[in-house]
Design a protein around this ligand. Structure first.
Ligand SMILES: Nc1ncnc2c1ncn2[C@@H]1O[C@H](COP(=O)(O)OP(=O)(O)O)[C@@H](O)[C@H]1O
Ligand SMILES: [Mg+2]
Length: 259
């Protein structure tokens, strides 16, 4: 069984092809990183997987459940933290969690216990009854994560989960990912920050201009690029053909700054 299967996915907006024939798989029990520069097509791919966008062609599924045929079952299997938070500003985290638990029809006692444990683990007690609108970016992200984990999903999908987080919250999100996988779950995350992916992901897919240009573990990507000790950042720049551009830019900067 695979956690995610994306097969020949194409999605365009007018004449712009945002996702161009992407095929990838997230294996059960792994952390998979979808990497690419801004505008590469990461969010669009994830939204198609969640059944939030209709693809032009291709299919996507989660644990064998087709995103378009059965979006409700997909949402049951997945805890999804989107890139842009759609939080209810005038609610408190407590009210939001209770609201989500009721619409998902989660068993009250078990869910309350789970909320309590997560709020404690996230060191979130003091914000639990504050209006969401007053929370910092990091605390909003914690609210989103707890919301996404309430129904104990098998797959966690995190779209750019580290943007705007301080060191401590970043560490906490990384730990959540690790614990989720250790307890049998799978993770799909998107990021444009290479250092994060290098330590966290079992395999990565590199997407550029809607096209998946490379896929594999760090070791596999190194051997594909004939670079035995390259960092993921270097491989990424090479595989997205930006290495020369970056060098030209650096040379120009050096010259400008030394004048
Ligand atoms: N709703 C939309 N309408 C038009 N263009 C869009 C829309 N959503 C995304 N795009 C375009 O599709 C491309 C891929 O976007 P996105 O998937 O958000 O990239 P990423 O998440 O990798 O930064 C970009 O060029 C973006 O401007
Ligand atoms: Mg995005």
């Amino acid at each position: 069984m695979v956690a995610v299967s994306i097969l020949n996915l194409v999605k365009s907006f007018g004449s712009l092809v945002a996702v161009n024939d992407v095929t990838l798989e997230v294996r059960e029990g792994e952390t998979y990183g979808l990497l690419g520069p801004n505008g590469a097509g990461k969010t669009t791919t994830i939204k198609c997987l969640m059944g939030l966008l209709d693809p032009d062609t291709g299919t996507t599924s989660v644990y064998g459940v087709d995103s378009l045929d059965n979006p409700i079952e997909v949402k049951r299997l997945v805890g999804y933290v989107p890139e842009e938070h759609q939080l209810y500003d005038s609610l408190t985290p407590r009210e939001l969690f209770e609201f989500i638990a009721s619409i998902r029809e989660l068993p009250e006692e078990r869910t309350n216990k789970r909320i309590k444990e997560m709020v404690k683990a996230f060191d979130f007690e003091k914000y639990y009854d504050s209006m969401i609108v007053t929370l910092s970016q990091g605390n909003k992200q914690k609210t989103m994560l707890i919301s996404a984990l309430l129904h104990a999903p098998k797959l966690l999908i995190l779209d750019e989960p580290f943007v705007g987080l301080d060191v401590r919250t970043t560490r906490m999100v990384k730990d959540i990912i690790k614990i989720h996988v250790e307890s049998g779950g799978s993770v799909l995350l998107s990021t444009h920050i290479m250092e994060v992916a290098q330590g966290l992901c079992d395999r990565v897919g590199i997407i550029d201009d809607g096209v998946l240009v490379a896929e594999g573990s760090l070791a596999e990507l190194r051997s594909q690029a004939h670079e035995e000790s390259a960092t993921l950042e270097k491989l990424f720049l090479r595989l997205t053909e930006q290495e020369e551009e970056v060098q030209v830019g650096v040379d120009a900067l050096r010259e400008a700054l030394s004048e």
